[in-house]
Design a protein around this ligand. Structure first.
Ligand code: GAL
Length: 618
C-alpha cells in the first residue's frame, strides 16, 4: 500500500476566486485528497427545506478538476439554528439538567428521534446528489462523535428511550430489579416507565443503573450512525468513514467501526499532551512541542483494529492548536514525523487540518498549512517533504504484531462508574501498559474483547478488563491479566462465581509500595492468598496464577511494568526511540529533541529512520 496525503478544506469560508489557486497549491504540495462540507449545513439548507448546492457543486468541480479526490461529509455535527426552533428539545442536557445551548457545535442529543430523521434526510439528499458522482471517493459521516463531552445526555428523549432500552434488555421489571440489586436502599421499581436517568440523585446512584445508562448512551451513538450509514450505503459504493478523536471513551468505537469501511481519527499530539494525559512535569516539559511519544501510536493501533485494517488520520495537527490550556508550536520536523509515524502504523491517508487558518470565529488562533494572509505556514514545507519521501519509499505492508493489548470500552464505563479510588482510570491503566510495551521495543496490536481469537502472540495483556471473554480464557498465547481483571459481572456486581481477592485497596497518588527493588505498586492493590514469585516489600503477592493465567494484583509504576514486560518477552528495550515493524520496513521514531542511537545509526532530533533489509532508506 502506498500512503497518500490529504487536507481539510472549507470552500464556504473563502471567496470563490481563491478556490482554483488553493486547489493548484494543494496538488503542488503533493496532496491528493480533500475533505469538505462537514460543518456546512447552514449554507446547504439556510432555511428548512430550501437548498443551495451551487457553491458546493462549483467547489467540487474546481477541486476535482485539479485532480483532487473528494471526501464528502454529512454536516450533522452542526445543526443550524432553525433546527432548534423546529425541535427545541433537540439540545443535549448536561448532568445538572441544563440544556446545552446553540452557538458552537455538537449540541444535539443522540436520542432525539426528530433529529435522527433530519440527519437521515440530509444524508439522503447529499447521497442522492453526490453518491454516484465519480469525483467523490469517500464519505465521512458527522464529525467526531463524543467530542466536547457529547455522548451522555440527560434529556427527556433520552429518558424515554432509556426506559425502552431497559425493557428490551431485561424483559420484565423483576429481572431488572434483581440484576441491579434494587432491594438495596428500597430502589425497586414496579414498571419500566418509573425509571429515571441516573443524574441529580442525592448521593451515588446505583452503579448498575449508571452502567446501564452508559451502555444505552453508547448504543444511541451506534444507532444514530447506523441510520446515516444505511442511507449512504444505498446511495454510494465508496467507503464510509467516521473521524474519531483521541481518548474519547463514552461509546464503543468497535461497534461503529463494524458499520463503516474505514476508521479515521484526528491527531493533535501537542494538544493531547497538555489537555488529556496524566504525566509528570518533567515529561510534559520534555515533550511540550512534540506530544507524548506513545499517545498517537496507541490511537493508530486502536483505530487500525476499529477500521478492520483500514484507517486514516483525517485531521493531523499542522502547527499550534487553539483549544488546549497552552498551545506551543511543534518543533521543526514534528509535522513530518507525526505523518510518517501514522504511515508506519498503517495509515492509508494522512490529512492535515486545515488548509488555511481562518481569520474569524472560534479557531482563528489554530494554525493551518497556510497563514490567514495566504503565506505558507511552517507545516506546509514538512507536508510537501513527506509527499516527496513517500514517492521514494514506495509500498509499505503491515504485519501481525508479536504482542497484543486488549482494549474494551465497556471496561472504561465500568470503572468510571465504580472507580473505588480517584486515581483508578481504565484508559490510563491500559495506556501505561502500552507505553511499557513500546519502551520494550514491541510492535503492538490492540484487540477488542470480541476478537474471535487471541492466538499467535508471544504475549497478550489485558489490564482492567471487566469480564474475560472465553477466547481469551482459552488462548494458546501467554496472557498477563489484571489488575482488576475479571472480577465483576456484566451488571457491575462482584462476581461470586469466580475467585476474588481477600480485599482490594485504592491508594492515594503519593503512596507507593516497593516491589523487590524493581519498582512500585501504585493506585490499586488486590490482596490474594495465592503464591507469587513477585512480592511487595511487605510480602503481598504481585503476580499470581489464577485459573491458569498470570494475574497482576497491583497497578505497576513504569519501572515495575518494564521489569514485568522484560520477564515475559525478550525484545531489546528501545530507550527513548519507538520502533514499528511492518512486513518490509522497520521505522525508528525519535520524539525527543536530541539525537538518539539506533544500532550504529544516528536518529536526529524529531526525526526518524526507515530501514529495509537492514539498509537505511531514509
Ligand atoms: C477537531 C475538529 C475540527 C477542529 C479541530 C481543531 O477536533 O474535528 O473541526 O475543531 O479539532 O483542532
Amino acid at each position: 500500500m502506498k500512503p497518500e496525503l490529504g487536507v481539510c478544506y472549507y470552500p464556504e469560508h473563502w471567496d470563490e476566486t481563491l478556490w482554483a489557486k488553493d486547489a493548484a497549491r494543494m496538488v503542488e504540495t503533493g496532496i491528493t485528497w480533500v475533505r469538505i462540507a462537514e460543518f456546512s449545513w447552514s449554507r446547504l439548507e439556510p432555511v428548512a427545506g430550501q437548498f443551495n448546492f451551487d457553491w458546493l457543486d462549483k467547489a467540487i468541480g474546481i477541486l476535482a478538476g485539479h485532480g483532487l479526490r473528494i471526501v464528502m461529509c454529512t454536516p450533522t455535527a452542526t445543526p443550524p439554528r432553525w433546527m432548534i426552533e423546529r425541535y427545541p428539545d433537540v439540545l443535549a442536557v448536561d448532568a445538572d439538567g441544563q440544556p446545552r445551548k446553540f452557538g458552537s457545535r455538537r449540541h444535539y442529543c443522540f436520542s432525539h428521534l426528530g433529529f435522527r430523521s433530519e440527519s437521515v434526510r440530509i444524508a439522503q439528499i447529499l447521497g442522492e446528489r453526490y453518491g454516484r458522482d465519480p469525483r467523490v471517493h469517500a464519505w465521512q459521516i458527522d464529525n467526531e462523535y463524543g467530542c466536547h463531552d457529547t455522548v451522555i445526555s440527560y434529556s427527556e428523549p433520552a429518558r424515554i428511550a432509556f426506559q425502552g432500552w431497559c425493557a428490551q434488555r431485561y424483559g420484565d421489571i423483576e429481572t431488572l430489579n434483581e440484576k441491579w440489586g434494587n432491594v438495596f436502599w428500597s430502589m425497586e421499581y414496579n414498571d419500566f416507565d418509573q425509571i429515571d436517568l441516573p443524574n441529580l440523585t442525592v448521593t451515588q446512584p446505583n452503579p448498575a443503573h449508571e452502567l446501564a445508562f452508559r451502555r444505552f448512551s453508547s448504543d444511541q451513538v451506534v444507532a444514530y450512525n447506523r441510520a446515516q450509514a444505511q442511507v449512504l450505503r444505498a446511495a454510494t459504493d465508496t467507503p464510509l468513514i467516521h473521524n474519531y478523536m483521541g481518548r474519547i471513551l463514552e461509546f464503543d468505537h468497535f461497534e461503529i467501526g463494524a458499520d463503516l469501511d474505514i476508521a479515521s481519527w484526528d491527531s493533535y499530539p501537542i494538544g493531547f499532551l497538555s489537555d488529556r494525559l496524566e504525566a509528570d512535569d518533567a515529561h510534559k516539559a520534555r515533550y511540550l512541542q512534540q506530544g507524548d511519544p506513545d499517545m498517537q501510536a496507541f490511537h493508530h493501533d486502536l483505530y487500525r483494529t476499529v477500521g478492520k485494517g483500514r484507517w486514516w488520520v483525517m485531521e493531523q495537527q499542522p502547527g499550534p492548536v487553539n483549544w488546549a490550556p497552552y498551545n506551543p508550536a511543534p518543533l521543526t520536523g514534528m509535522v513530518r514525523l507525526w505523518t510518517w509515524e501514522a504511515i508506519a502504523h498503517g495509515a492509508e491517508v494522512v490529512s492535515y487540518f486545515r488548509w488555511r487558518q481562518a481569520p474569524f470565529a472560534q479557531e482563528q488562533m489554530h494554525a493551518g498549512l497556510l497563514t490567514p494572509q495566504d503565506n505558507p505556514a511552517p507545516g506546509m514545507a514538512e507536508a510537501a517533504q513527506v509527499a516527496h519521501e513517500i514517492a521514494q519509499i514506495g509500498d509499505i505492508t503491515q504485519a501481525k504484531a508479536t504482542v497484543a493489548l486488549v482494549f474494551d470500552y465497556a471496561s472504561d464505563w465500568t470503572w468510571t462508574t465504580l472507580p473505588q479510588g480517584a486515581d483508578f482510570n481504565y484508559f490510563r491503566l491500559v495506556f501505561e501498559a502500552y507505553k511499557a510495551l513500546r519502551r520494550a521495543g514491541h510492535t503492538v496490536d490492540i484487540l477488542p474483547v470480541t476478537a474471535t481469537s487471541f492466538d499467535g502472540y508471544d504475549l497478550v495483556l489485558a489490564p482492567g478488563l471487566a469480564q474475560v471473554p472465553q477466547a481469551l480464557k482459552t488462548t494458546k498465547s501467554t496472557t498477563l491479566l489484571g489488575p482488576r481483571t475479571g472480577l465483576v459481572t456484566e451488571e457491575l456486581g462482584i462476581d461470586t462465581q469466580c475467585d476474588q481477592p481477600l480485599f482490594s485497596e485504592s491508594l492515594p497518588p503519593a503512596h507507593k509500595r516497593p516491589v523487590q527493588d524493581l519498582g512500585h505498586v501504585v493506585h490499586w492493590q488486590e490482596t490474594w492468598e495465592n503464591d507469587s514469585t513477585l512480592h511487595t516489600d511487605s510480602g503481598a503477592p504481585v503476580l499470581i496464577t489464577r485459573d491458569g493465567q498470570n494475574h497482576l494484583t497491583g497497578w505497576p509504576d513504569a519501572d515495575l511494568w518494564d521489569a514485568i514486560i522484560a520477564r515475559h518477552t525478550n525484545t531489546a528495550p528501545s530507550g527513548d526511540l519507538r520502533i514499528r515493524q511492518t512486513k518490509d520496513h522497520t521505522f525508528v521514531i525519535n520524539y525527543t529533541n536530541e539525537t538518539q542511537q539506533y544500532e550504529t545509526h544516528d536518529i536526529g532530533p524529531c526525526d526518524l529512520g526507515i530501514f529495509k533489509n537492514n539498509q537505511r532508506v531514509l
